[in-house]
Design a protein around this ligand. Structure first.
Ligand code: HEC
Length: 140
């Protein structure tokens, strides 16, 4: 327990140091309308992750699977105008975006299998893509 607290505290120190350092994210320039569109879709992503966690913790596995597939999974791509937006992104950013959508679809399959712990692990594969992209890119 103590080790965990120490480990957590050291992570906090590391992350506050890195926050103070220079911003090394690549600036991806988007037309203003696209920016607004992308940020709105990002807020929706966060809401979706929150809803997935809520449904998982209530044991609503099938519902969590639907939430993920419809809002973040491969099925969500048409709604987001993702293809158009993707043409403005550097290749590596596009790849990270695709890996997020794939992870969400994989989560949906995992959740349908009904095992809670593997489902949580699969959520983390989604959030890992959020973290990777945010660490590397900015649009403003
Ligand atoms: C392909 C890259 C990419 C992925 C994947 C990604 N984001 Fe983002 N997100 C961005 C960028 C770039 C910004 C804008 C950062 C900036 O310039 O301030 C952003 C901004 C946001 C914002 C701020 C929105 C606002 O109105 O200011 C939220 C919230 C967010 N992302 C949540 C998420 C969540 C949750 C996920 C994963 C489910 C995710 N994002 C996945 C690239 C990504």
């Amino acid at each position: 327990m103590l080790l965990r607290i120490l480990f957590g505290a050291s992570l906090l120190v590391i992350s506050s140091v890195s926050m103070g350092s220079e911003d090394t994210r690549e600036w991806v320039k988007l037309p203003e309308k696209m920016q607004e569109h992308m940020l709105a879709s990002m807020r929706n992503h966060l809401e979706t992750i929150n809803k997935i966690l809520m449904q998982l913790s209530a044991g609503e596995m099938d519902e969590a699977a639907d939430t993920a597939e419809q809002n973040l999974g491969m099925s969500s791509l048409d709604d987001h105008g993702a293809e158009h937006l993707a043409t403005f992104m550097p290749e590596a950013m596009r790849v990270t975006g695709t890996s997020m959508h794939r992870a969400a679809s994989r989560f949906a399959l995992r959740a349908q299998e009904g095992e809670v712990l593997p489902a949580y692990a699969a959520v983390q594969e989604i959030t890992a893509a959020c973290v990777a992209c945010h660490a590397a890119y900015r649009i403003r």
